[in-house]
Ligand binder design. Structure first.
Ligand SMILES: Nc1nc2c(ncn2[C@@H]2O[C@H](COP(=O)(O)OP(=O)(O)OP(=O)(O)O)[C@@H](O)[C@H]2O)c(=O)[nH]1
Length: 467
């Protein structure tokens, strides 16, 4: 059953790819211009790879074999075989490279223009260039006995540009649609402007220089990333209607002349690109906000807003590494509220929470910006004091201890005096997070055992034990 399901999926992917390739080839052969909808399959392939993994490559490779077998039917057998293999490998390779890049960049999120640029170069430009060279080589070999056939360089450029267009248009569009979340925040406002700019580029390209059409892509990226408006919907609607009107007016594919074909094909392309980029941008923005929120929740204690145990321990690891590199002293202090259970028992759990919040606030406000406070759990805190040796750390802790013990905490029923005990440990060469925490804990235990409301250091405690 499982096996059947896999085979069916592979056949569906292969069929879909074959169908789109056939359509684009039909347009391709109807006109001498090589750029018509060739981007449809070159865009769909990487998307399928991104979504369904490497098994898609088999489907694509086999559908390419079929397509190229049909298109090279009249040629000499050896040449035909070489061409089929070259083209199929080129297409499958493009799918693999662009799809892998899509997996990488889309999972990381494309939030900055630099990341977008890297994604374009690695996921689009590079694979498209390799694809273009291999495909044009195939065409060149096939037609080597026919001097009137296409030149190598323009053919390669055409293939390259059409595959860039495919990867740029189809992947973001399909990814955006499949990850669509229903939220009705207004999209970019200057759609009107963007559509006008893009249509102007299209018309200029039609009347003056053909290749200028590709300015539509940077123009849409700039406009979509740089502006916000509600009227976008209206302008997208207008431009799509315009394209449809053009399409309906032109009765059949054969009767289309080259120029109209050109406008139609690229107008559709640029509409797709603008829509896709806008959707993509919106989704990426949401994802980035969510990611930051999750990260914050995972690293912080909800009650005090301090770093939680795992985050402060990670932070300590970083400080130990820094100490080993720079030899700048590092001390830590484990701080534990005295008789905290009594606060809870006498004034309630909510009052206990208030004490925890006020204490963290007070310690933070009395220590340096470079010191880091985290909550290890319960009524236990960890203070990192980079730049302080154990003597300095002791001075800091004694000051804290004095100030906290002599100023009451404001609870709803009455003001209460709270004290804490602390154990200090200083980093030494070769120490670890574990050994440092154990030492601070041992000293804290000693402070508790010897009367609470005090600060303890290793050497003192050894001294006292000896006495
Ligand atoms: N309000 C409140 N209480 C907490 C929280 N986490 C732990 N506690 C309480 O903290 C108390 C800790 O009690 P003990 O471990 O006996 O410590 P202690 O009473 O401070 O005694 P010593 O540390 O020996 O001075 C327990 O009553 C816990 O229920 C919290 O997030 N909020």
């Amino acid at each position: 059953m499982h096996w059947h399901k896999k085979t069916t999926t592979l056949l569906i992917f292969g069929g879909l790819y074959y169908f789109l390739a056939k359509i684009s080839l039909f347009f391709f052969t109807s006109s001498s211009n090589t750029l018509w909808l060739l981007w449809l399959p070159t865009g769909l392939g990487p998307y399928l790879y991104y979504r369904y993994g490497s098994r898609v490559l088999i489907s694509i490779f086999f559908s390419c074999l079929f397509i190229h077998y049909e298109t090279t039917f009249n040629y000499e057998k050896n040449l035909q075989l070489l061409n089929i293999l070259l083209n199929s490998i080129a297409e499958t390779f493009l799918v693999f490279l662009s799809g892998t890049a899509a997996c990488y960049f889309l999972s990381k999120g494309i939030e900055k223009p630099k990341q977008l640029f890297m994604a374009f170069i690695i996921g689009c430009f590079l694979p498209a260039s390799i694809y273009a060279v291999l495909m044009s080589l195939g065409v060149h070999l096939l037609n080597s006995n026919h001097p009137e056939t296409l030149d190598f360089i323009p053919t390669a450029i055409s293939y390259g540009l059409s595959s860039i267009l495919g990867v740029l248009l189809i992947i973001p569009l399909l990814v955006s649609i499949t990850r669509w979340e229903s939220e009705s925040e207004g999209i970019t406002l200057s759609w009107l402007v963007s559509t006008i700019v893009i249509l102007t580029i299209i018309l200029t390209s039609f009347c003056v220089v053909n290749w200028i059409i590709f300015l539509t892509i940077p123009a849409s990226i700039f406009l979509v990333y740089g502006s916000k408006s509600f009227f976008s919907y209206a302008s997208v609607f207008c431009s799509i209607s315009l394209y449809i009107a053009i399409a309906i007016d032109l009765h059949s594919v054969e009767s289309l002349n080259k120029e109209w074909f050109f406008i139609l094909s690229f107008s559709i392309s640029s509409s797709f690109s603008v829509i896709a980029l806008t959707l993509q941008k919106r989704i990426l923005k949401n994802e980035s906000t969510l990611r930051k929120e999750w990260q914050n929740r995972a690293n912080h204690d909800a009650l005090t807003g301090l770093m939680n145990r795992s985050a402060i321990v990670d932070c300590l690891q970083g400080h130990i590494e820094n100490f080993e590199e720079t030899n700048i002293p590092l001390s830590i202090s484990m701080i534990d509220i005295d008789h905290f259970k009594d606060v809870n028992d006498n004034f309630g759990h909510a009052a206990g929470d208030l004490v925890l919040q006020q204490l963290s606030h007070r310690i933070n406000s009395m220590t340096r910006k470079t010191d880091v406070l985290g909550r290890l759990g319960g009524e236990e805190f960890l203070l990192l004091l980079p730049g302080a040796n154990s003597e300095t750390a002791k001075r800091v802790l004694l000051n804290l201890n004095k100030s906290i013990g002599s100023n009451p905490f404001f609870l709803s029923e009455s003001d209460q005096y709270i004290t804490f005990s602390a154990g200090i440990a200083e980093a030494s060469y070769g120490c670890s997070v574990k050994s440092l925490l154990e030492e601070a804990d041992k000293n804290l235990y000693y402070a508790k055992r010897t009367g609470r409301n005090r600060v303890s250091l290793s050497n003192e405690h050894q001294l006292n034990d000896e006495q």
